[in-house]
Design a protein around this ligand. Structure first.
Ligand SMILES: *[C@@H]1O[C@H](CO)[C@@H](O)[C@H](O)[C@H]1NC(C)=O
Ligand SMILES: *[C@@H]1O[C@H](CO)[C@@H](O)[C@H](O)[C@H]1NC(C)=O
Length: 369
């Protein structure tokens, strides 16, 4: 009895504290390193100085007993860092802990020019995400109803609005991001390819949102080292740009070149497309797919892909187009449309929502198939 009431008091103290997050600690090894990037010369007046750009901060978490053959590399989306997966903004276990507890080595990272990965002033432009965008698109979509599924959001811990302590803890983690998509895609693909080369063993990539296209390009560049890609609501849909700063994707799923057979041509100009209307009576969008015969993503076709999409996200109307595009281009792609597999009420930040570990369990089962 004493022990129980002590535990309850401890929990109250934890949740009463102003500073989130305070996740449970687990025994694991933690090391960091930087990888990728290159030296560049910058002229100013009559002097030239040397700097390094494009390297990424990587954190290696090793469970006390490694039981799984392939490590998992996590790449977070726009304005996010590796903290996304460490624990949740209300202090629960994140996906990193979960996969560690299952015997996986986990690599968390910050994209180039993001968080602990340096940005060289003058290399593109840095922008920030305002609270309204986070509320509208991530945490409180049910209050704004900007797309047909938005009202189905129930899994964010707390109100998802400014002033709620969980929102405030989450918003405080939002950092700057590169405003130039082409710079972002080029630097990310190069840095994560360098990471895969450095590890030099088959890996799983887990990408979120903006990082989706970066994962496709790393898989395209290293199809023999990237064994599986789990893409949580990857940037899309094919060829189109949506929220909030993403332009068209001339290579279908990416802005920069990926290998097609026959070739996609300069800036994807040989890809010919059709519009496939949305199934009638659904809340889905039309899809832009390739016209027949579709060119094949010959490198990415060597990688197994899982796309995961939540019930209420702004991706819910169109992620099925990305899945169909990949399949049409020869990539073996599974799709966890979460409500279809019985997981309801999630939004774009599913890995930190109330049922985050339930989703992780399903992904784990897919990884181990
Ligand atoms: C470099 O430029 C500065 C001013 O811009 C000048 O004072 C200096 O003499 C120059 N040095 C050389 C080596 O030309
Ligand atoms: C590449 O194609 C996209 C549209 O598909 C276009 O917006 C962009 O300007 C093109 N870039 C170049 C360098 O031609």
């Amino acid at each position: 009895m004493h022990f129980n009431s002590f535990k309850i008091l401890a929990v109250l103290a934890l949740y009463g504290a102003a500073a989130y997050p305070t996740a449970p600690s687990a025994p694991y090894g933690r090391h960091y390193f930087y990888v990728g990037g290159k030296y560049i010369q910058v002229a100013s007046g009559n002097t030239t100085s040397q700097y390094r750009v494009g390297q990424i901060y990587v954190e290696k978490l090793t469970p006390s007993i490694v039981t799984k053959q392939h490590p998992i590399i996590f790449i977070a989306g726009s304005a996010q860092t590796g903290t996304n997966f460490l624990h949740t903004p209300d202090g629960r276990e994140g996906w990193a802990h979960y996969f560690l507890s299952q015997g996986y080595v986990v690599y968390l990272s910050d994209q180039p020019e993001r968080g602990r990965s340096p940005w060289l002033p003058g290399h593109g432009e840095m922008v920030a995400i305002a609270t309204t965008a986070i509320e509208n698109f991530f945490t409180a979509t049910q209050d704004f109803n900007l797309w047909p599924q938005a009202s189905l959001h129930t899994q964010w811990p707390g109100s998802g609005r400014v002033g709620d302590p969980v929102f405030d803890a989450f918003y405080a983690t939002q950092v700057q991001l590169q405003n130039d998509n082409l710079i972002a895609e080029a630097t990310n693909a190069a840095a994560y390819t360098a990471l895969v080369d450095y590890l030099n063993q088959p890996v799983y990539l887990l990408t979120h949102s903006q990082a989706g296209p970066f994962g496709w390009r790393v898989g395209d560049a290293r199809p023999n080292l990237v064994k599986k890609i789990v893409a949580l609501e990857p940037g899309g849909p094919p060829f189109e740009g949506v929220f909030p700063f993403f332009g068209p994707h001339p290579y279908g799923i990416t802005d920069l070149a990926v290998e097609y057979d026959p070739p996609a041509g300069p800036n994807g100009s040989y890809l010919s497309t059709i519009v496939r209307p949305a199934p009638p009576g659904t809340k889905l969008t039309d899809c832009i797919l390739q016209a027949d015969p579709p060119k094949q993503l010959v490198n990415l076709a060597k990688v197994s892909v899982l796309v995961v999409t939540s019930e209420s996200s702004y991706h819910a109307p169109y992620d099925y187009c990305t899945v169909d595009y990949l399949k049409q281009a020869g990539v073996a792609t599974d799709f966890f449309d979460l409500p279809i597999i019985g997981i309801r009420g999630n939004g774009h930040m599913m890995f930190m929502e109330k049922n985050n570990l339930e989703i992780a369990e399903r992904i784990l089962a897919w990884m181990e198939e």
